[in-house]
Structures are given as C-alpha cells and as structure tokens.
Design a protein around this ligand. Structure first.
Ligand code: HPA
Ligand SMILES: [Zn+2]
Length: 335
C-alpha cells in the first residue's frame, strides 16, 4: 500500500536509473513537434490518436510503434531535445545518476549519421543537472555482422559512451548470437549489459552471463523459473534492472499485484527499479516505484534497499559510489 509518507519517501530519495531507452522517452507531443519541424508524415492524425495506439500485447507489438516513433529524429538538435527532456524529468524524480541506452542502428538504417545521433545525445548529457552516461545497444533482430559494423562506426566516439547492451526482439535471438561483438567490446574496455529473461527463458540469462560476460541483466524477471540460476545470481550479486510498468504494459505479468519484484527482493537478488520506455509505458522512474509499492507489500526498508542497489549496480568509480550510498543512508536516517 502506498500512503502519502511512503510516496514522499520514494519521490525524494536519491536514486540511479540504469535501464532507460532514450528513444522510449520520446513523448507523443515531442514526436508531433519534431514531425512538423522536419516535415515527416506520421501515420497518426493527432497526439491522442498516437497515444491511443499504445495498447500492446507483447514486446514486438510495442517495438513496431517505438521504431515508428523514432522516425521523426533527424538532426543533432532533435536528439539533443529528446535527451534534455528525459534528463529534466529524471532530475525532477531525484535521479542523481543515469545510464542511458541508445539504439544507433534504428537511425543509421534510415540514413541518419552515427555522429548526429551520439553528438546530440551526448551534448544533452554534458548540459544535464545530474550525472549521465551512455550505453550503446545493438538490435538483436539484426545480424551480428551489423552489430560489428556499428561497433566499428562507434570507435571515433569511444570516449562518449561507457558500455554496450543488447535490446529489441528477444525470443529467437539468444545472447550467444552476439558472442564475437561482445568479446570485441570487452577487449575495448567497455562495460557490458544485455536484456535477458524479459520474454526469453532463464537459459538466455545464463548465456548472457557465460557467453557475453555481462555485468548486469536488463529485466531478468524470468530468472525465478530456475532456482539454480537464482542461487547463482544471489551469490554473484548480479544486478537485475527491473522495469515494473513495462512488464505490465507488455503483458509479462497480468497486473502489478502479480509482479514478482517483491519475491525477487526477498530472494536476496540485487534488484533495481527503472522506467525502460517511460513515454510508452505510463511513467518515469518514480511512477514505477509508486505503482509497484502501491500493489505489492513493499515498505520503507525495501525503498532503501532499492535505492542502495541502484547505486551499487551503477558503472561509477568506487569513491563516487560510496558517496551516493552515504547520501542514501543519510536520507533514510533523517526521513
Ligand atoms: O523492454 C525492451 N526490451 C527489448 N528491447 C527494447 N527496446 C526498448 N525497450 C525494450
Ligand atoms: Zn529495455
């Protein structure tokens, strides 16, 4: 149950966000504004008509609309404006540090130069009122050769992002399909993450760990189907970047009351709460905390654990991590 006191606590607590696709922060109003600015024809007559189309049956039905929405992004300023809007919302939610996914292939396939994409997003991060880093994702429905070409294309901008990830259609595209490109990324000193166990089976989480050697699992909610995997994830304190509203909108769980977030936490897993694609799933990170705490038996102790986990799992140096964790502890000591 979410009373006013718990809601205020969740709103104000310092937190990190570790699973946010920047293209998924593109609000319908901004899609229409950019379409007009760029003379792009949209398949929807109005903001309302577009929003009405946000009724998804699974991951793929969402991805089709998400890629269509991204088609209005053409100039560096478009990428800047989209990113600046997300960062302002994250700041309002008391996010202190965010690690943002971007999907270059969605744009380079349409003829938008890699440089345009990364420079716009990166410049907004430099201007942000919070700490922000970038993680470049490969689209798993495309080939590994395409991912390798994207990694090659990114090398001149190596200092503008900290890691690589794997997103898009999960089932049928197991992590091992991307073994070589992740090995190359690892040799470049990049941090590694992958979506696994959102719609795909626990075996995909295992191959993300064993073959890709990822350092965090994005989603990972299906890990509970394998007790041996849960035991391993707890032992290794492998972070899961869980996205509660996403899981409901994409029908991974029927209703928030049946989400397994509380069970994952109770098992000792290093769970974090994140927004995934906030413009499409009904809210930014604090809305994800509110919805989960409203529907599940979660209290201030869990809030503190989740805030701590978010910084613990962040790709930041140990000194900054200690400072953020101390900030969380101070916040809860005086709350
Ligand atoms: O939740 C997601 N899963 C896979 N790919 C994605 N791309 C944006 N959001 C997602
Ligand atoms: Zn995601």
């Amino acid at each position: 149950m979410l009373d006013d006191r718990l809601r205020t606590l969740l709103q104000n607590m310092p937190k990190a966000e570790l699973h946010i696709h920047i293209e998924g922060s593109l609000e319908p109003e901004l899609i229409f504004a950019l379409a007009q600015r760029n003379n792009v024809q949209l398949a929807y007559a109005s903001v309302e008509a577009l929003r009405d189309a946000y009724a998804f049956s699974d991951l793929q039905s969402f991805l089709d609309i998400y890629y269509a929405g991204a088609s209005v992004l053409l100039t560096e300023q478009d990428f800047y404006d989209m990113t600046a809007a997300y960062l302002a919302r994250a700041h309002a939610d008391n996010v202190r540090h965010t690690e943002i996914f971007f999907d270059p292939q969605t744009h380079t396939a349409r003829g938008v130069p890699f440089e345009t994409v990364i420079n716009g997003i990166w410049r907004a991060c430099q201007d942000a009122p919070l700490s922000a880093e970038l993680i470049m994702c490969f689209l798993r429905h495309l080939s590994e050769d395409d991912a390798i070409a994207t990694l090659d294309e990114s090398l001149p901008y190596r200092d503008k992002f900290i890691g690589v990830g794997l997103d898009s259609s999960e089932v049928g595209h197991p992590p091992e399909k991307f073994a070589r490109v992740f090995e190359r990324a690892r040799n470049l000193g990049l941090r590694l993450v992958a979506h696994a166990g959102e719609e795909g089976p626990p075996a995909y989480i295992e191959s993300a760990l064993d073959v890709l050697k990822v350092e965090r699992i994005d989603h990972g909610v299906r890990s509970l189907e394998s007790p041996a995997l849960v035991e391993r994830l707890v032992r290794e304190q492998m972070a899961l970047t869980v996205c509660p509203l996403s899981n409901i909108k994409l029908r991974v769980f029927d209703v928030m009351g049946s989400h397994n977030l509380r069970t994952l936490l109770g098992a000792g897993l290093a769970v974090t709460v994140n927004s995934d694609d906030p413009a499409y799933f009904g809210g930014y990170v604090n809305e994800n905390y509110f919805a989960a705490f409203d529907a599940l038996p979660l209290d201030a102790t869990h809030a503190r654990q989740l805030a701590r986990n978010s910084f613990q799992a962040a790709f930041i140096d140990p000194e900054r991590k200690r400072a953020f964790l101390a900030e969380v502890d101070d916040f809860f000591a005086t709350a």
